[in-house]
Ligand binder design. Sequence first.
Ligand code: NDP
Length: 452
Amino acid sequence: MGQMALIVTNPATEETIAELEPAGVEETDAAVARAKAAFEEWRAVAPTDRGRLLRRLATLVEENAGELARIESQNVGKPIAGARAEVAMVAQVFHFYAGAVDKHYGQTIPVAGGVDMTFREPLGVVGLIVPWNFPLNISSWKLGPALACGNTVVLKPAELTPLSALRLAELILEAGIPEGVVNVVVGPGRVVGQRLVEHPDVAKIGFTGSTEVGRGVMQGAAETIKRVTLELGGKSANVVFADADLEKAAAAAPYAVFDNAGQDCCARSRILVERSAYDRFADLLVEATRNVKVGDPADESTEMGPLISAQHRETVASFVDGEPLFRGDTPNGRGYWYPCTLVEASNQDRVAREEVFGPVAALIPFADEEEAVEIANDTPYGLSGSIWTENGARALRVARALDTGVLSINSNSSVRPSTPFGGFKQSGFGRELGMHALDGYSEIKNVYLATG
Ligand code: NDP
């Protein structure tokens, strides 16, 4: 087709690690056609057999975990220990949906004159569009429920990070999942992604990425009334009350925003601290941030690697002006490094309003519980967040008051294979993971049988 090769690089070394031929509209259409042809056979696979195939895939991910983690670490610049944990989660996700296939029940509903029952039907061909920050994880969050429900799939990884999805596609075939059920297409979002959004034979788009592109996906999907699940940006608050275990909260806070070099939609990048504890917490936080190990992703002890690209580093840098409260060190030489950075801010500053998607956290004081909730909710986003307090009633009160989809109390963890994940407001809609995700990959069919 004469297109320029797609160069895949290692962001820690800037070296080329693969050159691929990018797909265009034609290849996308061919993938949709393959998925469409495979649909009737796949939906007809007995639920226990579909579960068994997903279980085999989960096991293959476990058996190939070392290789998958290495691919992900080199392509995204992730520390190898973190990449290994992510691959372990991918296996858990497939195990979960292997077990979920025959537990996604319909209902019988009391009606006059007969029996009313509901069925969960697959949608058909679904298009899955995945970003570069957690390529394999986010692919599994969508593939698991999509396949469990009996759909066939076209998966589009981000151009920057296609390698783990290509390896996963091989494992999917090795697991015995029939050819055509999962089709990975590597090419630019505005070509391959957009074609999937517009394609009349694609029934649903599962999208994770920026709010801006998500808005376009939603508009494009309107033409064919496609179902969409959108998992978009975030600007989550880590709310620390003065009665919290401050040492514990401060020790954990850096990893809630600098993990994956801050390239995480769940990043708690606004750290809200009750004014009476602010100075003490700020000191503890600076100390904890100083200890974050930034360096070679291949090193077992590394906790933070580089950013994904030079262009992204420029964007991240544009959020920091003046002297920050703290700026960490980075390796010298090649790689898209950016240091852990803490800034003091008001909630009106750009650094507190927009998703930085890099290792920059804004420290913001609040007076009391009411103001904490007000500031935390004063954002267009609503994805995740944390509440640190020893007062259980307050923890639950604040949790209920926050307009956000995923919260943790005295912890910063967001995702588990069995629990729903997704946003309020402009962080998107629909839920991934847990049994909830199955609702987004199936239709409810209602059937009435007259018995009179
Ligand atoms: P995008 O939203 O552009 O990318 C996400 C996915 O969408 C990629 O697979 C991309 O493909 C694809 N895509 C791009 N354009 C279109 C389109 N017109 N139609 C359909 N699909 C499309 O995110 P970026 O990589 O540009 O990151 C920009 C910012 O987005 C980040 O700085 C961050 O703020 C936010 N973001 C949030 C994420 C989250 O987890 N919520 C994840 C990633 C980014 P391709 O890359 O191949 O062009």
